[in-house]
Design a protein around this ligand. Structure first.
Ligand SMILES: Cc1ncc(COP(=O)(O)O)c(C=O)c1O
Length: 463
């Protein structure tokens, strides 16, 4: 593949295609934690594909389950039929929440799950002739790139091109773990701000609050349990619904099957995707309580049609559902939740030790196997318009580790390897980070970041 244009047949997601020409990476094979490209270079996948490939690649038990299901029933719909895998998966997901949730609406991705949840909440009130429609989101959130999910988004650069945001979306400052010196006071401040927003907007108009218990795109901002419990108190005081987005945190990523287990309560609606199938097949889900579900029943005497006017052709695809059942089974049988917790602590310790050596690291934060290395603004600003996080990502990739560069609010790289990781791989990741950081340190001293990009891009174009 020599021609530059050949590389652009695929228009990559969330990718600066011009800059990408110097980093082009055509992946061909993967096994365990290792992905191989067409030049036979091997990398440790330190971001589990897109934070979803939680079992690593090539898991034979999951592949066998998929193959068997393909032979048994290769397609299916949940439009007025229920397939066996969708039935068993819905039942299993509810059981994982001790049947707090009793109903599951299947979709194909995290964005679809969040859009679905937003529509569900709005129709829930409409069905009851209640005029609550506003959705509050927390600043720094990411709930997906479809129109409804993106309307919750607070990064101007993502919303600006749309020229519009759906009506009734409001966002509010939240607790920021990175800057927290006095957690108790800052939790109170953030909850006060939220309450002020609810009162100003008019509590009678607020339908729901959508939140991620750990904000992945906001440098892995961890909302403390006291803050999450504060949300519950406000929900009860002002009578709105809570929607927890567990697309990234669900299925063990942060050391819990669902992060809300740690908070000690479940919300009214919970959105799932990513790790549900370890990324082997697209699937998402929205879990709802009976209270929500019952408001959609056309009971005798209903004067309006209340059915949920929503769904997708491949919602509840039987192959995807069977795959999810096998993934959950594997997580449970192999204690991967505990492994995520244990290996997360170890990996975070090893990365934190590097902070002492490299001054451009301002903080390391995360929970389970979702870790952010936050880069100091002082250094990252030196390199504008070249992003320090992208420079680091490049160096690490050359040294055989794929990480996620993050440049929305500040600059960070995220590390989220598969939950199957062991100590040896934690050591290897830490060693590669050390050598990538060292190279970055030299570049920072010589201030040659921009030159690096120009040379790399030029070399790549000539290939
Ligand atoms: C918390 C959260 N919600 C929703 C989404 C959107 O999911 P998808 O990319 O599957 O549409 C993401 C994706 O990164 C996410 O992290």
């Amino acid at each position: 593949m020599n021609n530059l244009e050949d590389k652009f047949f695929v228009w990559n997601t969330w990718t600066d295609m011009y800059q990408y020409k110097s980093q082009y990476n055509l992946l061909t094979e993967a096994e365990g934690l290792i992905v191989t490209n067409n030049r036979d270079k091997k990398h440790i996948d330190g971001m589990s594909s897109m934070f979803n490939c939680s079992l690593g690649y090539g898991n034979r038990e999951v592949i066998r389950a998929i193959n068997e299901q393909l032979l048994k029933m290769s397609a299916g719909t949940v439009f007025r039929t229920t397939t066996e895998p969708s039935y068993h998966l819905a039942k299993k997901l509810c059981a994982l929440t001790n049947n707090h949730f009793k109903h599951v609406f299947f979709v194909n991705s995290g964005s679809e799950a969040c859009d679905t949840a937003i529509k569900m909440v709005q129709q829930y009130y409409w069905n009851q002739d209640i005029n609550k429609y506003k959705i509050i989101s927390l600043k720094g959130c990411y709930h997906g790139s479809t129109l409804g999910a993106l309307s919750t988004c607070t990064f101007d650069s993502d919303v600006e091109p749309l020229r519009l945001r759906l009506d009734g979306f409001v966002s509010v400052d939240t607790f920021i773990s990175k800057d927290s010196v006095n957690e108790k006071a800052e939790v109170k401040k953030a909850l006060d701000k939220l309450e002020e927003c609810i009162v100003n907007e008019g509590a009678d108009s607020i339908a729901a609050l959508i939140f991620e218990p750990v904000q992945l795109s906001n440098e892995v901002n961890i909302l403390p349990v006291s803050y999450l419990q504060g949300l519950k108190k406000l929900k009860e005081k002002y009578n709105f619904l809570l929607m927890s987005d567990e697309v990234a945190t669900g299925f063990g990523r942060c050391g819990y099957m669902f992060y809300m287990e740690k908070a000690g309560f479940y919300p009214d609606i919970m959105m799932l995707a990513k790790g549900i199938t370890s990324g082997y097949i697209p699937l998402g889900a929205v879990m709802a309580t009976s209270e929500i579900f019952n408001a959609f029943l056309n009971l005798e005497g209903s004067y309006k049609n209340k059915l949920f006017r929503h769904g997708f052709t491949t919602s509840g695809n039987p192959i995807a559902c069977q795959c999810a059942l096998a993934v959950i089974d594997y997580i449970e049988k192999n204690n991967l939740i505990e492994n995520s917790h244990k290996m997360g602590i170890l990996l975070k310790q090893k990365i934190s030790a590097l902070k002492e050596k490299y001054h451009f690291i301002s903080c390391v934060q995360g929970e389970g196997l979702l870790i952010a290395v936050i880069l100091s603004e002082e250094y990252s600003n030196k390199f504008k318009p070249v992003e320090l996080s992208y420079l680091l990502r490049d160096f690490l990739c050359q040294k055989g580790l794929i990480v996620y560069p993050c440049n929305d609010r500040g600059q960070a790289i995220l590390i989220a390897p598969p939950l199957t990781i062991d100590e040896t791989y934690c050591d290897r990741i830490a060693a590669i980070l050390d050598s990538g950081f060292r190279k970055c340190h030299q570049i920072l001293i010589n201030k040659t970041g921009e030159a690096y990009y120009e040379i790399a891009a030029e070399k790549e174009c000539k290939r």
